[in-house]
Design a protein around this ligand. Sequence first.
Ligand code: SF4
Ligand code: SF4
Length: 119
Amino acid sequence: MPLSPIYGDPDADGADCVACGRCCHHSPRTVHLLESDEERMGEPLLRRLTIVETTPPHFRFIRNEGDRCGALDVSEPGLYPCSIYQVRPEDCRIVEPGSPCCLEARRLGHLGVSVEFKR
Ligand code: SF4
Ligand code: SF4
């Protein structure tokens, strides 16, 4: 179930992010982990929150829960904090509040195609 659109510019410092969470709603295999992400997250989080593709080159991704990232904390209705914010992958850091891909996510209710991940 997609989230509803949010119109207007968010706070540039991220004050609106927890009440938004639109960019953390996306298809499976969206948030890819670099080696540096794996080191920062550490084994227990990698085991709990990621999947590794069975075919070469065995990319690792954050696991999805339905149409959202599995690391999103949805324990409080209407709030979407990242449960691993301090160690979140580089892919997540690309989506800056107020950037074109952020505004697209808010408009669509989920991450769109304008985000440019580095692979
Ligand atoms: S879509 Fe933008 S405002 Fe919403 S959580 Fe992501 S970065 Fe924050
Ligand atoms: S790891 Fe955190 S910031 Fe990245 S998509 Fe998942 S919930 Fe959002």
